[in-house]
Design a protein around this ligand. Sequence first.
Ligand SMILES: O=P(O)(O)OC[C@H]1O[C@H](O)[C@H](O)[C@@H](O)[C@@H]1O
Length: 302
Amino acid sequence: MTTTSPAPQVERVELDELVCWRVRTASAELLVAQQGAQVLSYQRDGEAPLIWLSEQAAFRKGQSVRGGVPVCWPWFGALERNPQAVQALYQGNDAPAHGLVRNLDWQLLEIDTREDAVNLQFALLQPENGLPGWPHHVDLRLHIHLDERLHLSLASHNHGDQPVTVGQALHTYLAVGDIRQARVEGLAGVHYIETLQDWQERTQHGDLHFEAETDRIYLDLPERLSVFDPAWQRRIHLHSSGSRSAVVWNPWIDKSQRLSQFASDAWQRMLCIETANVLGDTLHLAPGEQKSLAVSLWAEPL
Ligand SMILES: O=P(O)(O)OC[C@H]1O[C@H](O)[C@H](O)[C@@H](O)[C@@H]1O
């Protein structure tokens, strides 16, 4: 007799002020907030979490949740650090860090459960006059596909009659057993911008180890990066497409004290690798054009 695993379930839940979707498959659980189409957590049964969610996370309207995968769009970080073509498209005041969409309510367009996979499609369909301060007609869709791996794909579709240039990132918070023992593989020989030292351009020698606050923009990357995590005896893999840049971030001790929704020792258990289109890798969309930024995530035991 063959045993069939239970079909995946998708359930609407409310966490404080936020509507969320809890996805259960035969072997994993994923939680996604409708606000920002933000993946909040992801864990396979019997394993440590792969996506990190702060134990101090607040689920409030208009406020990005600390952890998961915030979507940064149409610029990354501080607007004034973005290329002129990205800055020029914003006409508002006080540009928020990481763009305009992580605190907005997206629409859930589709839930599709198969025997062993789930698809969710969120959309931010913009009116012709665009977002406040950003008058351009570009629709966004985040496609989440969960099978043995987690696949995220962010599509931008320019419906306007002018070209647009955007910076963007899938700002993934990864969970690690101990950041002091972890290292990122795949970066050797890659150029990066050291944002903590006057944005100097440098070259990575060997794997990246963590011994202090780290906030770097890596450029001209390969498609595959991995996190070697001996404390949890595993390696996390990230496979990207539509991206040649990534931000690697750990706030370490001092900055942790200044972050919202962040325990003072949480830096030990997380690491951001943000699959991006930033600086010389920004996204250009001709009128009518659509392009996607994607990442797949999975872990393997050592
Ligand atoms: O606190 P947030 O606005 O969510 O930003 C969190 C972090 O995001 C990125 O990784 C930046 O490179 C960091 O400099 C920033 O501190």
